[in-house]
Ligand binder design. Structure first.
Ligand SMILES: *[C@@H]1O[C@H](CO)[C@@H](O)[C@H](O)[C@H]1NC(C)=O
Ligand SMILES: *[C@@H]1O[C@H](CO)[C@@H](O)[C@H](O)[C@H]1NC(C)=O
Ligand SMILES: *[C@@H]1O[C@H](CO)[C@@H](O)[C@H](O)[C@H]1NC(C)=O
Ligand SMILES: *[C@@H]1O[C@H](CO)[C@@H](O)[C@H](O)[C@H]1NC(C)=O
Ligand SMILES: *[C@@H]1O[C@H](CO)[C@@H](O)[C@H](O)[C@H]1NC(C)=O
Length: 407
């Protein structure tokens, strides 16, 4: 009796009477049969795959043939075309396919008028229909040079309304016509052959105010741009405004005696003059600081005057949210045991308040929202005491420039 070996997976031979049928016992002949079957299966798959590919290719080709606008002209012909059209001086040519049945459209730059056909078609004799149009300057003279075109388009830019319509691009597909427009245009409600300019500024004003431009939005034919007030540069994102620092750039007329202060949207030239306090005199020790001259030992009035007066100029945007800490104030070196902070006089009391933020620091807080353009002033007094005896007073004169814009 023949015994199939149990421990071996593939048998080298087949049992003569095929009486043992271990599931994992494969014999040479059987193995070959199986391999042939797998081969057949694979080749059937390959054929089917090739067929599918051919079918997809055919469908694509059909689609391509259908999108050719005037497919009738194309039948029985190789897809040949017309020569590249001559460039249009002071205008543009829309359409980049110069094959038989395709159309190109002519568009003049702002300030120019199209003389002649708006559209030419590539005929099956491989020439363009009609004659080449031209763009005429609106004052009646025909120009062909770029320098005139540039000046004409820039000068007419603000005075003349932009061209607000353009031909649409239509394709016929499976019996229906689909028209599309270039970016910035939408299909005219009156005529699907026309695209009308999309007023992005108006659209965003209604849906997402402030999203498109931080300041002014200017609609143009097919597009828009943002503008900033003078004193600002358009930011890299093309929608925000960046303040120009005239003081850093040196773009100011401040004299040597003046101090240039950059503000949001401009700058100020300020003059720092030492104040007068009864019986005390001051000397300017730096651009923004005055120190008291020595007093006579018995002159109590002079001794009571501030030891130093500092000047502080700041700029904020209009309608800043409040309360806002404008700055912190502290003594450079503390000799006494107590520091007191307060506003001097009535100046700015309706807008500012002083808050302590530590044993040796006070902060100036803007409490009421302010609308620009405006200028506010406040004088802060810091007193230093030792065992309740006044050691000295220090004054900081604050000037706050509020910009006309909230950016
Ligand atoms: C598409 O057009 C080309 C020539 O324009 C032609 O050879 C081809 O057979 C067409 N394909 C179909 C699916 O009609
Ligand atoms: C541009 O055209 C104007 C008017 O035809 C002509 O006076 C001027 O010389 C031309 N400029 C150039 C650079 O061709
Ligand atoms: C500086 O002064 C000149 C002459 O007065 C003036 O033309 C110019 O605009 C001024 N510049 C600035 C930044 O104020
Ligand atoms: C102010 O100074 C004058 C002399 O310079 C002196 O006569 C007067 O007493 C001083 N005032 C006070 C309040 O000390
Ligand atoms: C000021 O800001 C508030 C919100 O922070 C806003 O409701 C208000 O309209 C703004 N006022 C002006 C004049 O911009």
């Amino acid at each position: 009796m023949f015994h199939c070996p149990v421990s071996v997976i593939v048998c080298a031979c087949c049992p003569v009477d095929r009486s043992c049928t271990y599931p994992d016992c494969w014999c040479g002949q059987e193995l070959q049969n199986t391999l042939r079957q797998v081969q057949k299966l694979l080749s059937a798959h390959e054929t089917s795959f090739q067929q599918n590919l051919r079918s997809v290719r055919k469908k694509l080709s059909l689609l391509q043939n259908n999108t050719v606008k005037h497919s009738k002209l194309n039948t029985g012909k190789k897809s040949t075309g017309c020569p590249s059209p001559e460039p249009l001086a002071n205008g543009r040519i829309l359409g980049r396919v110069f094959k038989v049945g395709h159309e190109i459209h002519f568009l003049c730059s702002p300030g120019f008028q199209l003389m002649g056909l708006e559209t030419r078609r590539c005929l099956d004799i491989q020439t363009w229909s009609g004659t080449q149009p031209s763009c005429k300057f609106r004052d009646g003279t025909e120009y062909n040079n770029a320098s005139v075109a540039a000046s004409a388009s820039s000068s007419s830019f603000s005075s003349q309304p932009p061209t607000t319509t353009r031909p649409s691009r239509c394709i016929e597909f499976l019996g229906s016509t689909h028209c599309t427009c270039e970016e910035g245009y939408s299909i005219s409600r009156q005529d699907t052959k026309l695209c009308t300019d999309l007023d992005e500024c108006e659209l965003y004003r209604r849906t997402q105010p402030g999203r498109l431009c931080l300041n002014t939005c200017v609609n143009t034919a097919g597009s828009f741009f943002c503008q900033c007030p003078s004193g600002y540069n358009l930011a890299r994102d093309s929608r925000s405004c960046h303040d120009i620092d005239e003081c850093v750039r040196g773009a100011h007329n401040c004299s040597r005696e003046q101090v240039c202060v950059n503000t949001h949207g401009g700058h100020r030239c300020v003059e720092v003059g030492c104040p007068r306090f009864r019986n005390a005199t001051y000397i300017k020790t730096s651009a923004l600081r005055c120190d008291r001259n020595p007093c006579l030992q018995e002159d109590k009035t002079c001794l009571h005057a501030p030891l130093s007066v500092n000047f502080h100029f700041m700029s904020v945007v209009s309608n800043i949210s409040t309360p806002t800490v404008l700055f912190r104030l502290s003594a450079a070196r503390v000799l006494g045991d107590t520091l007191r902070f307060g506003l001097m006089g009535n100046r700015g009391v309706q807008h500012f308040t002083i808050k302590r933020s530590g044993r040796q620091t006070g902060q100036l807080v803007l409490v009421n929202s302010v609308q620009g353009p405006a200028t506010f002033q406040a004088d802060i007094e810091m007193s230093e005491l030792e065992k309740k005896v006044l050691l000295g007073r220090y004054v900081t004169k604050v000037t706050l420039f509020v910009s006309p814009y909230n950016f």
